[in-house]
Design a protein around this ligand. Structure first.
Ligand SMILES: NC(=O)c1ccc[n+]([C@@H]2O[C@H](COP(=O)([O-])OP(=O)(O)OC[C@H]3O[C@@H](n4cnc5c(N)ncnc54)[C@H](O)[C@@H]3O)[C@@H](O)[C@H]2O)c1
Length: 252
């Protein structure tokens, strides 16, 4: 049996790119998203066979547990989990809210998807791998350069949730190592995906690219390439790291 990957929020944007890159490597993809039809449509376009779309709200504990059960009885044990689903709540017109403007509901919703969703999916995956181990298990989480730099277009709620993902990733890396599972993060910069298009019009791309050393905003395939590497057997000695995919905007 081939390797199976679950990509959350896989129906569009960066998640779509990750599904494509992993499928091109011969991995079978469980594409999950809020909407079953969108997830299935994406699964149907991927190269290879056995891909399937699943409706799963990553912020809902019982939903995550029941979908993981159904997924694993359909596909077999997941080798790879990519926690890509995320949200950014902006004001009308794509303007970032200042901290003083963020409602408690927006704060909680942002953390429920970006942080709780990552926790719930990683917990569901690791619980199952404790019982049914796989070779070369992999978790990849999605943070953001906003968490490292303080963000320009994103809210404090988003920055907080994505910074917490970095800490969670390191903690999980230590705990999952005895299972042979690596846990790493990618931190994209400005990527041409729907979340970016909430606040950036295509005609403003050239201006937005001025401070980026590589001279362009990123593409979903740029992020997907880093994720594909982290999920490969060759990356088995990397754990607890963050790969920055930002065109050189932040150099460590
Ligand atoms: N676009 C960027 O420039 C950028 C930069 C840094 C980090 N990121 C991160 O990369 C990831 C993907 O970003 P994107 O730009 O492709 O975003 P997107 O909005 O295009 O896609 C996010 C996907 O997640 C899904 N989703 C939202 N809430 C969900 C939930 N509760 N359960 C399951 N799925 C849910 C959406 O339906 C959507 O398909 C996110 O975690 C984002 O924070 C994006």
């Amino acid at each position: 049996m081939g390797r199976i990957a679950l990509v959350t929020g896989g129906a569009r944007g960066i998640g779509e790119g990750i599904c494509q890159a992993l499928a091109e490597s011969g991995v079978t993809i469980a594409v999950s998203d809020l909407d079953q039809t969108a997830a299935q449509r994406r699964a149907d376009t991927l190269p290879g066979s056995g891909h399937r779309g699943w409706a799963m709200d990553v912020s809902d504990e019982s939903h995550v547990e029941s979908v993981f059960d159904r997924m694993e009885s359909h596909h077999g044990p997941l080798a790879i989990l990519v926690c890509n689903a995320g949200i950014l709540i902006l004001k009308e017109g794509g303007i970032k809210p200042m901290l003083t403007e963020i409602s408690l509901e927006e704060w909680e919703r942002t953390h429920a998807v970006n942080l709780r969703g990552t926790f719930l999916c990683c917990r569901a995956y690791l619980r199952r791998r404790q019982i049914r181990p796989v070779a070369d298990g992999r978790i990849v989480t999605l943070s953001s350069s906003a968490a490292q730099l303080g963000g320009y277009r994103s809210s404090c709620a988003y920055i907080s949730s994505k910074a917490a993902v970095l800490g969670l990733t390191k903690g999980m890396a230590r705990e999952a190592a005895p299972l042979g599972i690596t846990v790493n993060a990618v931190a994209p910069g400005l990527i041409d995906a729907p979340m970016t298009r909430l606040s950036l019009k295509p005609e403003d791309d050239a201006q937005a690219a001025v401070p980026i050393p590589m001279g362009r905003i990123g593409r979903p395939a740029d992020v997907a390439g880093a994720v594909r590497y982290l999920c490969s057997p060759e990356a088995g000695y990397l754990t607890g790291v963050t790969i920055d995919v930002n065109g050189g905007t932040r150099m460590q």
